[in-house]
Every structure is written in structure tokens, then in C-alpha cells.
Design a protein around this ligand. Structure first.
Ligand SMILES: Cc1ncc(COP(=O)(O)O)c(C=O)c1O
Length: 418
């Protein structure tokens, strides 16, 4: 472990990914540890969007759907993301939001499962899954007369699978509040053995940790564009179906962009082949253009293995420094110390002060976020997070705690987004 800021700076000098930080516009004097919520702005985005807006839209007008390839953006950007999550070209498309894609993919999985094994009427997930996934699963469970069964802890999942009656298991690979990562390969194998289809939410995984959807034998997956993929606020999301399902599954939002021949304008729906059937309406061209710039920053690292190495080094250092510099305080590490179960974030619980402590940190230039009821969340993005950022963040956290600064009333004020 390091014991000085100079040592942190030395780690940065030796960092093989250090040059990638220059691809981002980051404000001076800010330690940004919230790329797990909103990735930083790539320098290329503004000029690329300007070109798309002024040249492709302004000059090319409607012709740009063909000439600039707008119509193929969902597949083109999808193919790039595919390389980050172990999917093949043509298997993954960019579309809609993660929530909408959860709806489409869970519905597709459930419909397949119920057709093949109608007696199984359970959707298995976790109580601590991201709420939007649970809300959508609740709604689909109601529509299909199924039951949503929730594991209280990750170790209950294998037991609930073995109990039987499960049609689809829907999990988030890296938990948003704890940073805990599931063993996708092991859970897929257990699910397969139990005849259960799997749907993975990769919101905190894509661009953050290595994922191998085909190698680990998943069935369906969705993920987010605005976190580690740096696609910008509200960036489009993605959806993937294993090729054994892609040509036979149906999704409920059967819009014209998921039609086999949208421009024949036939009244009857005929799904496109493969994952393209998960498209619904006209692609959000500007948002996809921004997402492509963000994905390119991740591809510039040259593979997820090198990003994972640095991500673990950053989270390990953060945990060690918190252990050392903040041990007098009632902070509890929520994220697993076991690196095999750690995503690219570290979460600390504080019983009564998590919100104001985070606000005090933000006021002093260390940006993480708060997740109710008691979590301070710090995201580490190896593309632009430096070792010295980790050092500075922990020094500031220790200072805020030691001084009691966070107890000021102004840090209690809540914004709509925390
Ligand atoms: C795990 C997970 N799934 C889904 C979402 C929601 O995605 P969206 O609001 O883009 O639909 C989030 C948002 O943070 C998330 O963390």
C-alpha cells in the first residue's frame, strides 16, 4: 500500500492506460468518481456531434439515413459494444433505455419459457436488484399470471433455482448498491441444468468488467450506454439475445424498425432476423452518435483485461486507504473484499450520515453519489481515474469525517437526483 501522494503520482507515471485520460474533458480540480452513474464526456463527442448535426443533418438532410448510415447505427454501435461483452457481430443492438430493454428481453424470455414449460410460472430475481428491473418484472409477472420470487441474498439463488418452478432468472451482474459481482458462468450453468432461461442486466458491467455472454452461456442481456460506456446523459441502451433464441423469440414492442422489411410498409408484422427484432421505433441518431464516441474510448484501451487490472488496482487501493485513514469512523465496507466478486465501484455504508457526507465531499471536489438509505458510492473508471484521485478522495473523506464538516445543515438539502 502507498503512504504518500508522491507514491500515488508515481503509480500514475507507470500506468499503461494513463494516456487515455486525455480523451476526456474533465474539469480541473475535480476528482470524478461517478462514472458508474454518468460517464465523463469524451473530447471527440462534441466535434462528432457537430459534424453529424451540421453536415449529415444540415447538408445531407434525409439522405443521411442512407448516405451517412444512420439507419445502421443500432447494429454498428451494437457490434462495437458486442466486443466488450463477449457477443458476436450482429447479435447485439442499441435501442431504447435499459428499462425498456428489460421489458422486451424479459418478455421474450418468459414467452419462450412459458411455451416450452407452461407449468413453470416463476421469475427469479433479487430483492436488492435495481428497482426498475423489479418493477418491470412485477408488471410482466402480472400480465403472464406468474410470480416474482426474490432472493434476499445472493447465496439463496441456487436454492431457489433448485426448488423448481422457475421460468426465467433475471439478475444484475454487478449490483448498483453494493458493487458485488455475480459469477455469471456458474449461475448460468445452474440455470441451464434447471431448465431456466437467464437475463442479465449489464448496466454496471459493460465497459467496467470483462463479460463473456457467449462463453458463459447466457440467454439474454441488456445494458446501459451512459455509465462506463460514456455515451452521455440518457444515452441509448443495448439488448442481446443468444443466437439459439434470437430467430425464434418474440418481443412485445413489435415496431416497424424491428420488422424484416420496414420500408415495404406491409400491414402485417414480420420480425427481422436475429436481434434486430428488438428494435422498435426510429433510432435516436444524435444520441447514438454520442454513444459511439463513448464506446470508442473504451475500445481504445485495447481490451477489457487491461481495464480490469487497473480497475482492481484502483478499488483495492481505495479500500486499503479507507481502512487506514478512516478507521475511527463508522464506515462499513459493503463491497466484497474478494476481488472475484467486485465490480468497478466501492460502496461504504454510514448509518446516519451517508447523504451529508457525500454532499460535503462533492462540495470539496470529490464527486461520488448516494444511494438510499445509507450508501456512499464511488465508481472507478480506469480510462480516466488516476491513482492520485484515489489518494486525494480518501484524504478528503478522512478530512470531512475527522472535522465533522458533514454535519452542517446545508449538506442535508436533497436534490431530485442523489
Ligand atoms: C442496474 C441498472 N439497471 C437499470 C437502470 C436504469 O436504466 P434506465 O433508466 O436507463 O432505463 C440502472 C440505472 O442506474 C441500473 O443501475
Amino acid at each position: 500500500m502507498i503512504t504518500s501522494r508522491e507514491q500515488a503520482l508515481a503509480l500514475d507515471r507507470d500506468d499503461e492506460l494513463a494516456h487515455l485520460r486525455d480523451r476526456f474533458e474533465l474539469p480541473e480540480g475535480v476528482v470524478y468518481l461517478d462514472g458508474n452513474s454518468l460517464g465523463a464526456l469524451p473530447k471527440s463527442t462534441a466535434s462528432h456531434l457537430e459534424q453529424v448535426v451540421r453536415r449529415e443533418w444540415g447538408q445531407g438532410l434525409i439522405g443521411s439515413w442512407n448516405e451517412a448510415g444512420w439507419v445502421h447505427l443500432p447494429e454498428r454501435v451494437g457490434d462495437k459494444i458486442a466486443t466488450l461483452v463477449g457477443a458476436n457481430p450482429g447479435e447485439l443492438v442499441v435501442a431504447d433505455s435499459t428499462s425498456v430493454n428489460v421489458y422486451k428481453a424479459l418478455s421474450a424470455a418468459l414467452t419462450l419459457a412459458l411455451t416450452e414449460r407452461p407449468a413453470r410460472r416463476r421469475i427469479l430475481s433479487e430483492r436488492h436488484n435495481f428497482p426498475t428491473d423489479l418493477y418491470i418484472a412485477e408488471s410482466l409477472a402480472r400480465q403472464h399470471s406468474c410470480e416474482l420470487v426474490l432472493a434476499e441474498t445472493p447465496d439463496q439463488i441456487p436454492h431457489l433455482l433448485a426448488q423448481g418452478g422457475v421460468a426465467v432468472m433475471m439478475l444484475t451482474h454487478v449490483n448498483y448498491r453494493t458493487g458485488r459481482m455475480h459469477d455469471m458462468a456458474a449461475l448460468n450453468a445452474q440455470a441451464r441444468q434447471a431448465g431456466v432461461l437467464t437475463l442479465w442486466d449489464l448496466a454496471h458491467s459493460a465497459g467496467a468488467v470483462p463479460v463473456d455472454l457467449n462463453g458463459d452461456d447466457a440467454d439474454f442481456a441488456v445494458g446501459c450506454g451512459y455509465k462506463y460506456l460514456n455515451g452521455g446523459p440518457g444515452a441509448p441502451a443495448f439488448v442481446w439475445a443468444h443466437r439459439r433464441h434470437a430467430d425464434r423469440c418474440t418481443q412485445p414492442l413489435s415496431g416497424w424498425f424491428g420488422h424484416a422489411h420496414p420500408f415495404t410498409f406491409t400491414p402485417a408484422y414480420e420480425p427481422a432476423s436475429g436481434s434486430a427484432r428488438f428494435l422498435c421505433g426510429t433510432p435516436a441518431v444524435l444520441a447514438m452518435a454520442a454513444l459511439e464516441c463513448g464506446v470508442d474510448t473504451v475500445l481504445a484501451a485495447g481490451g477489457m483485461a487491461v481495464l480490469r487490472r487497473k480497475s482492481l488496482a484502483l478499488t483495492r487501493l481505495f479500500i486499503e486507504l479507507v481502512d487506514t485513514h478512516c478507521k475511527e469512523h463508522r464506515l462499513k465496507l459493503v463491497t466484497p473484499r474478494d476481488e472475484a466478486h467486485r465490480g468497478s465501484q466501492v460502496c461504504l455504508a454510514h448509518e446516519d450520515g451517508a447523504y451529508p457526507i457525500m454532499q460535503a465531499l462533492i462540495a470539496h471536489g470529490v464527486v461520488g453519489d448516494f444511494r438510499a438509505p445509507d450508501i456512499l458510492r464511488f465508481g472507478f473508471t480506469p480510462l480516466y481515474t488516476r491513482y492520485v484521485d484515489v489518494w486525494d478522495a480518501v484524504q478528503e473523506l478522512a478530512r470531512v469525517l475527522d472535522s465533522g464538516d458533514w454535519r452542517q445543515a446545508r449538506f442535508e438539502r436533497k436534490g431530485a437526483v442523489t
